[in-house]
Ligand binder design. Structure first.
Ligand code: NAP
Length: 360
């Protein structure tokens, strides 16, 4: 059942991990564009997780086009109800952490087994024509490439291990497992599988929990949670552009098998100095930290992965976004707009701990 025909408005689309940062923006966009959405949430009765989605549906006059149902990556068959009768699935749910206890159980399994779980439900449904999997640029870049190598969709992460980078391993393993799964389906029953590989996603957090997702890097600088900023090269992309890329992956008649979704490459200390300049009355921790201080700090902070930081700090990882422009017509919004819209809501709503300059 190969259907390379774009999924058009009016179609029923399942979005996993609906309450998450990227999925929330995507669901708002899908509803505004006229799609019917079935979102999965681990606990749909938790209004803290779903309130903003219901509000977005009201604003789009689309409450009759949004349904929220349970779905847990690690419970076999858990997505059967969510995917039943759907035309397409966008699989966003994942554990997004760089360091955890027992990385196999807590990071790689939800990613790999969870993705297969969703794909099995899609196959059982018999109605699904396309699955868009939110992978990551970490499934593309690899530390075993020569310095200066420019990464494209042709590249695969072959260097991450459970010890050095379990998140990278989780994402690349899920992509590969998904490809194998679909290849094993008889061709006439196969759905189209498309991977998107976004960079570091920032942009407006819609609820406090989103400020703890990838925008937490900005929140920690505003809150002065760390003594300063590491020299990390970031490929920043706005969450609204990432949502747009998902929409394009859904409706494009000829989507590429995988596609890097990247806005701008920049060093993190420079980015944070821009954020400080936008909010001059807030005292932020924008000092560039020497590498040895970061590595030392990571030994005492369970959220930081020392082995990964050793490789990442100070290293340029040039990436290309030409395919996304050519195939999906992507244009990326200006970096300064993304920075302002990431930090602004955190300061305004108190989702970051704010100290004012020269209080009193
Ligand atoms: N943010 C980035 O910079 C970035 C960059 C590239 C790729 N991505 C990918 O984009 C996707 C979405 O990321 P995000 O930034 O939106 O993360 P997020 O805000 O943390 O959202 C993750 C979602 O996954 C759900 N989830 C986690 N474990 C689950 C489980 N066992 N069963 C069911 N659902 C589970 C979470 O539900 P709970 O709220 O219940 O935990 C949440 O809804 C992920 O696949 C991530 O790898 C993110």
């Amino acid at each position: 059942m190969t259907h390379p025909i774009g999924i058009q408005p009016g179609a029923l689309v399942c979005v996993t991990g609906a309450n998450g940062f990227i999925a929330s923006h995507l669901i708002g966009l899908l509803l505004r564009e006229g799609y019917r959405v079935r979102g999965t949430v681990r606990d749909p009765s938790n209004i803290e997780k779903t309130g903003h989605l219901i509000q977005m549906a009201q604003e789009a006059q689309a409450t009759d086009r949004l349904d929220l149902v349970p779905g847990d990556l690690l419970v076999p068959g858990s997505f059967d109800q969510a995917v039943a009768g759907c035309d397409a699935v966008i699989h966003c749910a994942a554990v997004v952490l760089f360091a955890v206890d027992d990385p196999q159980r807590n990071l790689v399994d939800p990613s790999v087994k969870g993705t297969l779980n969703v794909l099995q439900s899609a196959r059982r449904a018999g109605t699904v024509k396309r699955v868009v999997h939110t992978s990551s640029m970490v499934a593309v870049y690899s530390f075993d490439k020569p310095k200066g190598h420019r990464f494209t969709e042709e590249d695969w992460n072959t260097s991450s291990t459970l010890d050095t980078d379990p998140y990278g391993l989780a994402k690349v393993s899920a992509e590969r497992a998904a490809l194998d799964f679909v290849a094993a389906i008889p061709e006439e029953e196969r759905f189209l599988l498309v991977h998107l590989n976004p960079g570091m996603v920032w942009g407006p957090p819609l609820i406090k929990a989103h400020a703890k997702a990838s925008p937490a890097l900005v929140r920690d600088v505003i809150s002065r949670a760390q003594p300063g900023v590491p020299s990390l090269m970031l490929s920043v992309v706005d969450v609204r552009d990432v949502a747009q890329a998902h929409l394009q992956a859904l409706r494009s008649e000829d989507p590429p098998a995988r596609c890097l979704i990247l806005g701008h490459n920049a060093w993190m200390p420079d980015l944070m100095r821009d954020v400080q300049a936008m909010f001059p009355d807030v005292r932020m921790g924008t000092r560039r930290l020497p590498k040895f201080v970061i590595l030392l700090a990571s030994l005492f902070d369970k959220k930081l992965n020392t082995a990964q930081l050793r490789k990442l700090v100070g290293r340029d990882l040039p990436m290309e976004n030409g395919l996304s422009r050519a195939k999906y017509g992507m244009t990326y919004r200006p970096l300064k707009q993304t920075l302002r819209d990431t930090a602004g809501p955190m300061i305004e709503h108190g989702w970051a701990r704010v100290t004012r300059q020269n209080p009193g």
